[in-house]
Write a protein that binds this ligand. Structure first.
Ligand SMILES: C[C@@](CO)(OP(=O)(O)O)[C@H](O)COP(=O)(O)OP(=O)(O)OC[C@H]1O[C@@H](n2ccc(N)nc2=O)[C@H](O)[C@@H]1O
Ligand SMILES: Nc1ncnc2c1ncn2[C@@H]1O[C@H](COP(=O)(O)OP(=O)(O)O)[C@@H](O)[C@H]1O
Length: 289
């Protein structure tokens, strides 16, 4: 079985710079990966058959981004092979950690390899964008300053601290946040250098705190220990630390009902480290470049 990680991402900052006529918002955001996430196992199956286990509570298999990604790859390439996919879900859903998008990205990269389709990362990213706005970032696997509606990328190398990520126990619907009239939409468009030099903020944070007091309460608690923010449209929040020990000590002090994890920031996605290990084990196999 080919086992590959589907890591989480953090939006180290997120500014909303406008709204287009089609309702989508223009953003300036800095994506970084962490070395914690879901894990997916892939095995070839005959006759185009696709299966996923275990099922994700509340998500019908055909709506799961893993199956959607696999079907998309089959239909776009005419591939008649199938796959049995096993999922170890660790990331909370609707948490702003990009778990669904990361699962889709890992599936596209893994099946391209398992089925020996030979698509480039560029081609896979183009397919992935139809599944979710963040899928291309996970496919390229490099920390990125994203602009436009999240589709214009500049590679970035922010510091790679230890993070404590906490989940306030609620799910935030991305679409509802973007539809709220109270969302600020007028941050200035600045260069990456300017953005890096200014304090890092998230334009969705105040609104999500207002709509979800659980987020406001937990963020207030975490800010006592370290600089902290929300990721994406929430609900998860994160704080950065110089050492793993500091992050773990803070997690140990968190209110009992709060779930969280400690992870290292990574400017290169752990997915590509895992693929390199597969290459080293079987150098002749097909790899997207
Ligand atoms: C804003 C981010 C930052 O990472 O939030 P998170 O989802 O990670 O929290 C993402 O780009 C989100 O990506 P994703 O969750 O895949 O969004 P999509 O499914 O493409 O869009 C969900 C809905 O959000 C709104 N939307 C999304 C992206 C964008 N640039 N402008 C928008 O207005 C649209 O109403 C869309 O219908
Ligand atoms: N494999 C998957 N993992 C997580 N969520 C999925 C998956 N497939 C479909 N979804 C749907 O996508 C929604 C967004 O999930 P997720 O990507 O984890 O959140 P976010 O975009 O906030 O980081 C979920 O609420 C769920 O309904």
């Amino acid at each position: 079985m080919m086992v590959l990680p589907a890591p989480a991402k953090l939006n180290l900052f997120l500014y909303i710079t406008g709204r287009r006529d089609d309702g989508y918002h223009s953003l300036q955001t800095l994506f970084q990966f962490v070395d914690h996430g879901d894990s997916l196992g892939f095995e070839a199956a005959p006759d185009g058959e696709l299966s996923l286990s275990p099922a994700l509570p509340g998500v019908a298999p055909e709506q799961n981004l893993i199956i959607k990604a696999a079907r998309l790859l089959q239909s776009q390439t005419g591939c008649t092979q199938g796959a049995r996919i096993h999922m170890t879900k660790r990331l909370p859903m609707g948490g702003g950690l990009g778990g669904g998008s990361s699962d889709a990205a890992t599936t596209l990269v893994a099946l391209n390899r398992l089925w020996q389709l030979g698509l480039s990362l560029q081609q896979l990213a183009r397919l992935g964008l139809t599944l979710g706005a963040d899928v291309p970032v996970f496919i390229h696997g490099q920390a990125t300053f994203a602009e436009g509606v999240g589709d214009i990328f500049t590679p970035a190398t922010p510091p790679e601290p230890w993070y404590l990520v906490l989940h306030p126990g609620i799910e935030v619907a991305t679409a509802a946040i973007f539809q709220d009239p109270d969302l600020p939409r007028n941050s200035p468009v600045l260069s990456l250098q300017q953005r890096l030099a200014l304090p890092w903020e998230n334009d969705c944070e105040a609104l999500v705190k207002k709509r979800h007091p659980e987020v406001a309460k937990l963020l207030g608690w975490l800010l006592e220990y370290a600089p902290s923010r929300m990721t994406g449209t929430g609900a998860c929040i994160f704080a950065s630390f110089d050492s793993r020990e500091q992050a773990e000590q803070t997690l140990a002090r968190a209110p009992e009902s709060v779930h969280g994890f400690v992870a290292k920031g990574c400017n290169r996605s752990p997915l590509f480290g895992a693929l390199q290990q597969l290459d080293a084990a079987s150098p002749s196999s097909d790899t997207a470049t």
